[in-house]
Design a protein around this ligand. Structure first.
Ligand SMILES: *Cc1c(COP(=O)(O)O)cnc(C)c1O
Length: 370
């Protein structure tokens, strides 16, 4: 075999395949481990969503509705936006892929931040586009640097807001001024995967930004059912945008990209406001508790507008990650992101939070950080 792989593909580092929890447990000889590493909702899915999905199984001999009609209607009503301005994906990851497919050709440029969500750059590489990567400044997207990199070839700018992994939210005035300063051939993608977790005092309405005001760049908002709605395994996300951009994305998507069970589950999750509100309350309470307690252990907790936060453990993060893993607590070391002493942890159930704190206290001692 003599495979001919284009350079832009052979250069790609594959997404590190995480092992199933069961395999990790066998390898480390542990049981009952907990995972606080992927920013999932520890309380869900909503029982109503599970029931709706169970009912949907009987229809699996049919293709799904390619327009996600009922889900679009439901979101249209709750968000106050025309259904034709919503584009659905197999997770919001797929909408990111649509954006890159639709707008980025070989040699076109995209600006992203580091550290930030890694999928943006990956899709650009697949298309043979050019990634410009700007370091965060004090944990925030460096909007001035990003603006300075914009050229005639710039097609997309990705900003996860709040940012993963730092949890920072751009001040509205800064974001508004940035958008005003951009030429109108650029599309800015605000990835709002964690927007649900922003509290009322800090929350601002980004919906007006997607209006086609003329002269200014286009804006796309990305949302997902994977986090606050507790449906990460189901794979449903969507983008909000003007009709012209939506038309471009529809050209590059498969007709049945969101499966039938997923459409039913997402509709039911959206209707279960009680579950959603409870998730937000419990997450906020858990975040306050965990932040306070890790500080008592001598670590520094970074404020976050999401369901996760960064912790400075004051020593090599990967060694601490390994020590935690042996105790059956799976978290994320931020060393690969350039934060050598930082771990990222998402809020768990009350029980999981205490288990995490117990393991952290022991691991800090074992590693000699406390
Ligand atoms: C978790 C996450 C998503 C969600 O992706 P899905 O494909 O919808 O599961 C998107 N963006 C960021 C920054 C995330 O952290």
């Amino acid at each position: 075999m003599k495979l001919q792989v284009p350079r832009n593909i052979s250069d790609i580092t594959p997404y590190p395949p995480g092992k199933p929890i069961e395999e990790l447990e066998r390898e480390y000889g542990i049981t009952g481990s907990i995972k606080l590493a992927s920013n999932e909702n520890p309380f869900g899915p909503s029982p109503a969503a599970v029931a709706a999905m169970h009912d949907a199984l009987a229809d699996l001999h049919r293709y799904p509705d390619g327009s996600c009609y009922y889900l679009a209607q439901a979101l249209s009503a709750s968000l106050g936006i025309a259904p034709q301005r919503i584009v659905f994906g197999n997770g919001s990851n797929e909408v990111i892929e649509f954006l890159v497919k639709a707008f980025v050709g070989e040699g076109d440029e995209v600006v992203t931040s580091h550290p930030s969500f890694l999928m943006y750059q990956k899709f650009v590489q697949v298309r043979g586009g050019i990634n410009h990567v700007v370091k965060l400044h004090d944990m925030y997207h460096d909007l001035d640097e990003i603006l300075g990199l914009v050229t005639d070839r710039t097609r997309l700018i990705f900003l996860d807001n709040p940012n993963n992994p730092t949890g920072t939210l751009l001040p509205y005035e800064r974001l508004g001024a940035f958008l005003e300063g951009l030429p109108d051939h650029v599309v800015v993608v605000l990835d709002e995967a964690y927007i649900d977790f922003v509290d009322e005092q800090n929350r601002y309405d980004t919906m007006p930004l997607i209006e086609d005001v003329g002269g200014r760049c286009g804006v796309v908002l990305l949302r997902t059912f994977s986090k606050a709605h507790g449906l990460a395994g189901l794979r449903v996300g969507f983008g909000l945008m003007c009709e012209e951009i939506a038309g471009c994305l529809h050209k590059v998507r498969q007709p049945f990209n969101v499966n039938l069970v997923a459409q039913k589950g997402a509709c039911a999750a959206l209707a279960d406001v009680g579950f959603y509100q409870k998730t937000l309350q419990r997450t906020a309470a858990g975040k306050a508790y965990l932040s306070r307690e890790v500080e008592r252990l001598g670590c520094t907790a970074y404020p976050s507008h999401t369901n996760f936060f960064l912790i400075d453990v004051k020593g090599d993060a990967t060694a601490l990650y390994e020590a935690m893993l042996k105790k059956g607590v799976i978290i994320r070391s931020m060393k690969a992101y350039g934060f050598n002493d930082f771990i990222r942890v998402n809020i768990g159930t009350g029980e999981e939070n205490d288990r995490f704190l117990g393991a952290l206290a022991e691991a800090l001692k074992e590693c000699g950080y406390a």
